[in-house]
Design a protein around this ligand. Structure first.
Ligand code: SF4
Length: 252
């Protein structure tokens, strides 16, 4: 059996892929990401949150055996867990990998599940960042649902980028507008996360998420009043950037 050629540095590959595919549509970007040898082994990281059904549906159509990483922080809404199971079944996703916080670490640092009240960054590190790092260990690349319209440092988000760990991050929806998400959900008859109807425009952990009012930033309900806007799973040049968990974790 021939040996596989080692991959070039992620920064080089990401720049080349972005130059080739940045102006392609989301589905075309995703198809390339799932099949191009330059990308390597890839997984979708999904929060199964408010907009996650879009990428999950695209992946299910292209290749439903694509690994999907779902971070169960053990602090999620019960509705998110039910939605994850329902969407997985509906879309026929064959390889959803549920990753939870390390049990010994939880007992040692957050035995009563109140760390989020006093040290939310440490809680996110324990319940999101560390599990994601473990889950991504076998992969060369990951797919996120981040979009330029979400603002901040995402305003210039490329379709392909390199992360601090040397993996490629693929953002097929980078150029989408809010209406594109709604249209895709409606046109493909995808079920909404049940809490969207109750004003939750962005879904994270239950103790750190509130509904938003009409006209508010969709992410205003995340860590409301806490001076925290990031879960810490997206880094850009060593700086935390606005994160999803799903998204996904991603996406949010
Ligand atoms: S969002 Fe809140 S509960 Fe969830 S991991 Fe972060 S601080 Fe902890």
């Amino acid at each position: 059996m021939p040996l596989e050629a080692p991959l070039a540095p992620a920064t080089e590959r990401a720049a080349e892929l972005d130059a080739r595919f940045a102006r392609h549509g989301a589905t075309a970007i995703l198809r390339h990401a799932l099949s191009d040898a330059q990308v390597g082994r890839i997984a979708l990281v999904s929060s199964f949150g408010a907009e996650a059904a879009v990428l999950l549906h695209m992946v299910s159509v292209i290749d439903r055996t694509t690994p999907v990483i779902f971070l169960d922080t053990e602090m999620l809404f019960p509705e998110t867990l039910a939605y994850q199971q329902a969407l997985t079944d509906l879309l026929g996703l064959a390889d959803v990998r549920l990753e939870r916080p390390d049990r010994a670490q939880v007992f040692a640092t957050d035995p009563d599940a109140t760390l989020h009240r006093t040290q939310p960054d440490a809680c996110c590190a324990l319940r999101k960042a560390a599990p994601l790092a473990r889950a991504l260990a076998p992969f060369d690349a990951w797919i996120t649902g981040r979009k330029r319209f979400q603002g901040g440092r995402r305003a210039g988000l490329p379709a392909f980028e390199a992360d601090a760990a040397g993996r490629i991050k693929v953002n097929p929806l980078a150029r989408w507008e809010p209406g594109d998400v709604t249209d895709y959900m409606v046109n493909n008859r995808l079920p909404r996360h049940p809490l969207v109807a109750h004003g939750y425009a962005s879904l994270g952990c239950a103790p750190c998420t509130t509904p938003v009012a009409a006209g508010e930033d969709p992410r205003a309900g995340r860590w409301r009043g806490r001076g925290k806007t990031e879960c810490g799973i997206h880094f850009d040049g060593g700086r935390v950037v606005r994160g999803t968990a799903g998204g996904a974790v991603h996406e949010r």
